[in-house]
Each structure stands twice: as C-alpha cells, then as structure tokens.
Write a protein that binds this ligand. Structure first.
Ligand SMILES: [Cu+2]
Length: 490
C-alpha cells in the first residue's frame, strides 16, 4: 500500500525580503515527505563482500568501479542509480586491523568523484577530499592505498557533490575486524538509507529547497532494499553493524519487544556492552548492536525508526518500518553468552587547546542554484550554512599541532540538529548540553542537538595534512557547513 507524498512548502517564503535573514521566520514542515509503506519481501539482505584480489596475507586489494546501473529496490521497482560495481550498497570491504587496503578505483560516472573512507584513520593524501586530491575525472582511475589501524564499522562514499552523489547510491560498508570480536550467532552489516522517489518510482529531482532540512527520502532502504526480511535463528545472538548512509534522515531505531545491547560506536567496540531501548543513528554515524531473537515460532519482528524531531517539522512524521527479522518454527538455539567487558578505552586527558566551532544558518536571496523559472518563489532563495561565520570553501583553515589534546565545543546556534563529523581523528565526547555522557567511546560523528553545545576531546596524532570537519547532512555540508583543520609538526 502506498500513500501520496506530502510536499508541504513554506508559505512564509513569499514574504521574505532582503539579502539575508534569520531562518527562525521560516515555516516548518517544508519538503519533508512521508515514508511510502512497502510490503516486506525477501531481498538480498547482506551486501556482497568485495573479493580480495591480492593473495598476500595482510593485504586486501579491491576493485571498485563507479558507474550508472539499474537497481531493483523492491519487487518490480527498478531505478537508474549511481553505484559501485553495479551494487547498492557497494561491495562490503572487509579487512583486519593492521592490514594494508588497496582500492583500484575506476570512475565510469558522467562526472568527477572521489572516495572518502569515513571513520578510517588514513594518511591525509588518501582521505578522498578535494583539499588533498583533485577529483577523479570521468573515465579516469586512481589507486587508494593505506593501512587500517582500527577495528570497527566504517563506510565509504564520495566527497565531491556528495549531496547528489551519495543520494544517487554511491556508498558501501567497510568492516575492519580485530582480535576481540565477541562470539555471536551472526554478524551482519546493515546500511541504512532513504531515497526520494517521484510518482513513477524514479529518483526525484534535486530541488534547492531540499537543502533546508536536507534531502529526506520517502522510501527507506536497508542494504539497498525496501523493507527486507532477514532470517534469524530463534534464541540466537545477532550482531548488526548499523551504518547511516542517508543524506539527512535520523534513524531512531527500536525493535519492539526486544532490548538492544550496544557494543560499539563509530570507532569500534565499547569498554563494556550497554542495554538500551532505542538507538539514535544520525547521518554518517555507526553503531554495533546485539539482539537476542526471542519470540514465538515464525514470529516477525519489525525494526522501526521512531519519530524524531530534529527541527523544522521533522518530528511530525510517523514512525516507519525499516526491516523485518523473522525466524522459523525450529526449536530455539542456545543463546551464546552476552559479552560484558569488550575493549578498554582510556579517557583522553585534559586538553591544552580549546576551540569553539559555531554551526550557523541563514537565508540568502537570489542563490546560484539556477533552478526553477517563474512560478515558484522558492527558486529565488536558498539556505546558507556556515561555521564561525565562514561559508566553505571561503573558510580559513584552523591551524593545529601534532600530539596535542584539544577540546572542541561544537555550538549549534540553529533551530535544528546537525550531525558533526571530523576526518582523520577519533574523538571522545565529554559533555552534551553540559551533561557527561557516562560512556568513554571513540567517535567521528556526533549529533549536535538544536541550540545545544557538545564538547569532545581529540588527540591530534602524528598525521599531518588538511582534514575536513562538517555537518553530515550532505546538503548542509555542500552549502557551506564545512571547515578544514591544518595539522602540522609544532
Ligand atoms: Cu546540518
């Protein structure tokens, strides 16, 4: 069963004057469609792993080709997407901590692209951002090569025109295993996304007004399939490595009737497992979760994304089903022991450098987006996002030195949440709106709630170069909410 889109436009737009104004005057609820319900079906639940082309131990060589491909996302629903190797998500890259990973990449897209290895601590030259690499032209090739130092759940995606390129399907999982992985019945990667489709089930047009809250889709994809069913052994301990690859959607995940046992964050395993009722996963973020599949024989269990208000009317939308777990009629298996202690993480010491990073938004008239002629007033204006008053790429890089522990205060001056991502380094959150999170964890992505401040500490290890930090609502990043950190020897 499907429901029509609700594309409510702000009525206040027609009253705006002047070159720039506060976004607080905007109506809420603009360009946020309701999710189309799609019947559950068997889909290709687990993304295929990329074959390792290099027989040498401790070396993983993968071939990736970005190209336009037809992709089926639900029975009989096929879209033209941009893919890695014709797959959505792209092939899962698997390595062990300490391995060398070599990716032979060919760009067969109609435009330039790069690959960024989100969360992997790579040398700056391999980070796949325009600050360190000229985008790889259409038809060109490039080889990325780096050592993966940390175990964890990471992902890869372009870092040029990322708002459009990621939405079109360019993303994949990157799993690095370590020596302390807990024994579980299954270990699956779950890449979450949403697509904005039109009434003919093709990718909806890219409209500058989507930039306000980010392009939120109306079809939720789990590993490239709408509402898939995954078989689980009853009583089994199932590990799900969640990755939020959506441009803008916040997934507030719950599995009714089940407790979730979180064992990992962006940067790998936690010091100890923790039971939670739900899990907020913001764009770019990852979480590792264990679930004991309880319930009756043949019972279907629905992973749901609960409503979440990240500002501008986003909280008005109902809960949405993400995917379904199902077990058969067999007798329950014996549940493996649920791990308690995992991997110790030492808390970073007091910082010697303090920084304040202010996230800001405003509205500019006569934007350069070039879309829309005539009727729509919305085509004459576009939201502008900035950090400390600077709109990237017109931003001065921040200068920093090796081996210094810094404390960053990310101050959200806006009326909506922004997911903040730092490249090259992992950080530890020390307070959210003044409250200690009570968990020592490695992260590279963290939600900054509307009008709140999040503080984290980061040790800038010996890894010279230019590193990006930005909002991971990709429309915000591409419209200026991005900056650079220049790390050098003291
Ligand atoms: Cu943002």
């Amino acid at each position: 069963m499907t429901r029509p889109l609700r594309l409510a436009l702000a009525t206040a737009i027609t009253t705006l004057t002047g070159a720039c104004m506060d976004m607080g005057n905007m109506d809420d609820g603009m360009m946020i469609p309701e999710v189309i319900e799609v019947d559950a079906s068997e889909g290709p639940f687990q993304p295929t792993a990329a074959p390792d082309l290099d027989p040498a131990p401790n070396v993983v060589e993968v071939a990736l080709e970005a190209k336009v491909s037809d992709i089926e996302i639900a029975p009989g629903r096929t879209l033209s997407m941009w893919t890695y190797n014709g797959q959505l998500p792209g092939p899962r890259i698997e390595a062990r901590a300490g391995d060398t990973v070599r990716v032979r990449f060919k760009n067969s897209l109609p435009e330039a692209t790069t690959i960024h290895w989100h969360g992997v601590r790579v040398p700056a030259a391999m980070d796949g951002v325009p600050a360190v690499q000229s985008p790889i032209a259409a038809g060109a090739e490039f080889t990325y090569e780096f050592v993966v130092p940390d175990a964890g759940t990471f992902w890869y995606h372009p870092h040029v025109r990322s708002d459009e390129q990621v939405e079109r399907g360019l993303y994949g999982a990157f799993v690095v295993r370590g020596d302390a992985e807990p024994a579980t019945t299954t270990d699956r990667t779950v890449v979450l996304d949403d697509l904005l489709i039109d009434s003919s089930w093709q990718l909806g047009e890219f409209d500058p007004m989507q930039a306000m809250v980010g392009r939120q889709g109306n079809v939720i994809l789990t590993n490239g399939w709408a509402h898939p069913i995954v078989e689980v052994a009853r009583g089994g301990l199932h590990r799900f490595r969640f990755i939020n690859a959506a441009n803008a959607r916040y997934f507030r995940l719950a599995l009714p009737g089940h407790r979730l046992i979180q064992i990992g964050t962006d940067g790998g395993l936690l010091p100890a497992s923790r039971e939670v009722d739900e899990l907020l996963l913001v764009p770019g973020e990852r979480a590792d979760v264990l679930v004991v599949a309880t319930g009756e024989a043949n019972e279907a269990m629905e992973w749901t994304s609960l409503r979440y208000d990240r500002g501008h009317g986003t909280g008005d939308l109902p809960d949405a089903v993400v995917f379904q777990m199902k077990h058969g009629s067999d007798a329950p298996i014996t549940t493996p022991a649920i791990p308690d202690a995992l991997v110790p993480i030492a808390a970073l010491p007091e910082a010697t450098v303090q920084r304040e990073i202010k996230l800001e938004e405003s509205m500019a008239m006569g934007g350069d987006h070039g879309a829309g002629h005539g009727s729509s007033m919305s085509s004459d204006m576009a939201p502008v996002f900035s950090i400390n008053g600077q709109v990237y790429p017109d931003a001065t890089p921040l200068a920093a030195s090796f081996e210094i522990v810094e404390e960053w205060s990310i101050v959200n001056t806006t009326e909506m949440d922004h997911p903040f991502h730092l490249h090259g380094f992992r950080f530890q959150v020390v307070s959210v709106d003044g409250v200690d999170p009570g968990v020592v964890a490695w992260r590279d992505s963290i939600n900054i709630p509307a009008e709140k401040t999040v503080k984290f500490r980061v040790r800038l290890e010996d890894n010279a170069g230019t590193w990006m930090f930005h909002c991971h609502i990709l429309e915000h990043a591409e419209r200026g909410m991005m900056g650079e950190l220049e790390v050098a020897a003291p």
